[in-house]
Design a protein around this ligand. Structure first.
Ligand SMILES: Cc1cc2nc3c(=O)[nH]c(=O)nc-3n(C[C@H](O)[C@H](O)[C@H](O)COP(=O)(O)OP(=O)(O)OC[C@H]3O[C@@H](n4cnc5c(N)ncnc54)[C@H](O)[C@@H]3O)c2cc1C
Length: 385
C-alpha cells in the first residue's frame, strides 16, 4: 500500500500553495473568527476543490485518494480545510443521485468555483445523531415544496450559494421504515436568505463558520429534489464513507503536523544543558503518537484503496475515521506537553490546532456512533438503538 507516496505532484503543489498561508494568516482568521477567503480562492483557482468531479463536468476527475492527499497536505502544513472541504465532496450526492439535467446545471459551476456548494443541512437541535427523527418538513404544493423547520451546525452556510438539505416529505408515522420519507434537496439559498431563510452564526471554540438555519415557509421549486422522493436518507448515506475517508486524511495531516513540531522542538529546546528530547520521558510519548498515527494511516490507506477500486467500504472508512481522529488528538496532547508553556502561546499555532483537532471525535460523526456501527455491522452484535 503506497497511500502516503501517491499523488506526489498534488501533494507538492498543495504544500507549495500552503506556504503562502503561514501561521500568522490562520491566527488572524482564528482571532477574528473570519472566513479564510483568500486561502479558499487559491485552492479553487488551483483546481484542487474540483478534484473529484468528473472531467466531463469540468473537474479533474481524480480518485478519492487524490482528495485525501489534498486535504491531508493542507492539515500537515498547519492549515485547516474545514473552511472548504465540503466543496470537494458534497457534490457527490448530485453526481450519484441527481438527474442528467441537474448534473449539467450544477457540476460545471461547482467545478470552476462560480457556485459554492459548501453547506450540508442534516443535523437538528432536537434529533442530533438520530437523523430519522429530524423535524424539518418539505410539503409538496403543486410545482413547489414548502420547507419549514430548523437545522443546527450547518457549517459554511454564509459562504455557500447552495445548500444540500435533508427534510421529511412523509411523516414518520406514515412510513413503515423510519429511514423512509426523508428527501434530499439542492437549494439555491441566495433568493431566500433574509426572507424565508434565516442564517444565524454560532461562535465555537475554533474558527469553523458554523450556523443555525431557520426555514419559514421557504418555497422551493419541485426540481430541487435530488433522486427519488422519500429515499433521501439512503442517498445521503451513500456519501458518508467518502466523507469519513477524507476527514480521516485531515486527521492524519494534523497528527503529522503535531508530531513534526514536537520532534523538532524536542531537539532544539535545551533545559538542564541538554535537549529535552534526550529524555525518554519526552521521546516516548512522541514515538507512541507516531506509532498510533502510522497505524491509523494504514487503515486509511486500505479504505482509500478499496474505495478507489470501486467499493464503498463501510468498515474501513469508519475505522479509519475512528483511529485517525484518536491519533490526531493523541499527537495534539503530546505536542502541547512537549512545548510546555509555549504550547499555549498563540504564535506557535499549537493551541489553535489543539482546539481544531478535538472536533473530529464528535463531527461529522461521534466516536460512539462509529463503535456502534462496528459492533452491529461488523461484529454482528445486537442493535442498541
Ligand atoms: C463544528 C461543527 C460542525 C458541524 N457541521 C455540520 C454540518 O455542516 N452539517 C450537519 O448536518 N451537521 C454538522 N455538525 C453536526 C455533527 O454532525 C453532530 O454534532 C454530531 O453528529 C453529533 O450529534 P449531536 O451534536 O447532536 O450529539 P448527540 O446526538 O446529542 O449526542 C451527544 C453524545 O451522546 C452520544 N450518543 C448519542 N446517542 C448514542 C447512542 N445511541 N449510543 C452511544 N452514544 C450515543 C454521542 O456519541 C455524543 O457523544 C457539526 C458539528 C459541529 C460541532
Amino acid at each position: 500500500m503506497t497511500y502516503e507516496l501517491d499523488h506526489q505532484d498534488i501533494r507538492e503543489g498543495v504544500s507549495k500553495l500552503c506556504l503562502g498561508f503561514p501561521g500568522e494568516y490562520w491566527q488572524k482568521c482564528d482571532r477574528e473568527q473570519a472566513y479564510p477567503t483568500e486561502f479558499v480562492q487559491a485552492l479553487t483557482q488551483g483546481g484542487y476543490l474540483s478534484a473529484l468531479i468528473p472531467e466531463e463536468y469540468g473537474g479533474l476527475g481524480l480518485p478519492l485518494s487524490a482528495g485525501a492527499a489534498i486535504l491531508e497536505e493542507i492539515h500537515r502544513a498547519g492549515g485547516n480545510a474545514g473552511a472548504c472541504h465540503a466543496q470537494m465532496y458534497t457534490m457527490g450526492t448530485i453526481l450519484r443521485h441527481g438527474s442528467d439535467a441537474q448534473k449539467k446545471q450544477y457540476l460545471p459551476s461547482i467545478s470552476d468555483g462560480s457556485l459554492r456548494l459548501q453547506a450540508f443541512g442534516v443535523t437538528e437541535p432536537t434529533s442530533g445523531t438520530d437523523t430519522t427523527a429530524l423535524r424539518t418538513t418539505a410539503k409538496r404544493s403543486g410545482d413547489h415544496y414548502i420547507v419549514n423547520g430548523q437545522k443546527i451546525w450547518t457549517s459554511r452556510a454564509e459562504h455557500s450559494d447552495l445548500l444540500l438539505l435533508l427534510a421529511r416529505t412523509t411523516p414518520r408515522e406514515e412510513v413503515t421504515k423510519k429511514t423512509d420519507g426523508l428527501s434530499v434537496f439542492l437549494i439555491d439559498m441566495r433568493e431566500f436568505v433574509g426572507k424565508s431563510l434565516t442564517i444565524r452564526p454560532i461562535r465555537t471554540m475554533m474558527n469553523h463558520s458554523t450556523t443555525e438555519l431557520f426555514f419559514d415557509d421557504m418555497k422551493i421549486p419541485a426540481s430541487s429534489l435530488i433522486g427519488e422522493e422519500g429515499k433521501g436518507f439512503r442517498n445521503i448515506l451513500s456519501g458518508m464513507n467518502a466523507e469519513r475517508v477524507l476527514i480521516s486524511a485531515e486527521c492524519i495531516g494534523d497528527a503529522k503536523w503535531f508530531i513534526e513540531k514536537a520532534s523538532s522542538y524536542a531537539c532544539e529546546r535545551n533545559i538542564f544543558q541538554r535537549p529535552i528530547g534526550q529524555n525518554q520521558g519526552v521521546q516516548f510519548p512522541i514515538a507512541r503518537a507516531y506509532s498510533q498515527m502510522r497505524a491509523a494511516e494504514l487503515m486509511l490507506a486500505q479504505a482509500v484503496a478499496l474505495y478507489d477500486a470501486g467499493g464503498n467500504p463501510g468498515e474501513e472508512a469508519n475505522l479509519a475515521k475512528l483511529l485517525s481522529s484518536e491519533a490526531s488528538w493523541a499527537a495534539a496532547e503530546v505536542c502541547i506537553q512537549t512545548f510546555g508553556g509555549f504550547g499555549f502561546a498563540e504564535e506557535y499555532d499549537i493551541e489553535r490546532k489543539f482546539r481544531e483537532a478535538r472536533l473530529y471525535q464528535v463531527a461529522p460523526i461521534s466516536t460512539n456512533l462509529v463503535l456502534s456501527y462496528v459492533a452491529e455491522h461488523v461484529l454482528g452484535l445486537p442493535r442498541s438503538y
